[in-house]
Design a protein around this ligand. Sequence first.
Ligand code: FAD
Length: 405
Amino acid sequence: MDYDIVISGGGIAGLTAAAAFGAQGFSVLCVDPAPPVTQRDASGADLRSTAFLQPARAFLERAGVWARLADHAMPLQVMRIVDAGGAEPEPRVIKAFDASEISDQPFGWNLPNWLLRRELSAHLDTLPNVDFRPGTATTTLFTRTAMARVGLSDGGRATTRLVIAADGRNSPMRRACGIDVSTVHFGQKALAFAVTHPIPHDNVSTEIHRTGGPFTFVPLPDHQGCPSSAVVWMEEAAKANALMALDVSAFEQAMTERSCQLLGPLKLASRRSLWPIVAQAAHHLSGERVALVAEAAHVLPPIGAQGLNMSLADLDVLLDLALTQRETLGSLAMLESYHRKRIADIRTRVAGITLLNRASMAADPLLRDARAAGLEALYSLRPLRTSVMQMGMGTSVRHAGGTAQ
Ligand SMILES: Cc1cc2nc3c(=O)[nH]c(=O)nc-3n(C[C@H](O)[C@H](O)[C@H](O)COP(=O)(O)OP(=O)(O)OC[C@H]3O[C@@H](n4cnc5c(N)ncnc54)[C@H](O)[C@@H]3O)c2cc1C
């Protein structure tokens, strides 16, 4: 066998998987046709940021990469939800969820995606048992009960015991296994970019709901001496396209108004990028010798920082199984067990976030009023509030000792 594990996809999930399995002594090949873009202002840089919730940080520690990331991470102590669904774009309900209610640690830590790619790929260079080959794609999959053989775009082939499909929402490896997905199209897009603002964020992440979808600030370290945040702004697709086409000063005016001026007048501090929004779940999480993880398995609208956090939960479960079943790595029994351990959590979160997204899109004033009333009700009952925070964080599900969102 050439490798214990072949990982198809070197996005953040694939790179983290390579680090985590490599740290446990497995021999790993990780391939991706697109070399990681590791500079903020380079063309093609991923300008999104990822808020790693507590369990995800624990996994990054387990993967041996947290030490490289800690100095760049911005803690998220408070999650603030604002309803601005009245006649004018101004806050009418503001509720702050403080991590101290459920934990002695912040909810999570925010890191820019381009920086994650830089640090993760540099880390892989230090692992002798991990072969990371950017510029190479998986092209074919052939499986037998005892092994898989993966064809590569460089003309090579690799035999392995386990293929981890981390090759995104259109996963070629998932297709090669014939695994179907259910997809919900919301007709929405998200603009992702960074801003600076005169009012400090004080480590508060803020989600502002009006119509079309949420407008979310996530704290970043200062940029050129000014307080800075990552923004994800979701809108109905045509409006998002129009916003993307605005010149910088008109865009700054539009985003300042949409943000209800909560952090003062906003200045654009990066390029803008546009992401189509869907919710999607694979019907099964494994095929013969193949495990689906991350967006190959589930895609969510970016609400509540769930997407990549769920992906690391996939990897956590898969790694536990690989360690306890090292001799039978990639067997039918191991992969069925992976499917059973993850599928319920994935389905629940995809359904829950789909519902929250529909509530956030609401244009009808009555529905917007119902949303504001729902937020009031949820917030005013402490047990409900804390259990929602814990559920969002994923701690009540997997890590009883930790905590949060
Ligand atoms: C605007 C926005 C904001 C978000 N914010 C958050 C957040 O705060 N917290 C959070 O947890 N999640 C967040 N998410 C979700 C998160 O970004 C995604 O879950 C994550 O980036 C997906 O990672 P991935 O590695 O699965 O997919 P991708 O990043 O799509 O990586 C897949 C990789 O597979 C490669 N590939 C494709 N075909 C092949 C092939 N044949 N062979 C090999 N490789 C192949 C691609 O080149 C790509 O590099 C956000 C999403 C959006 C849209």
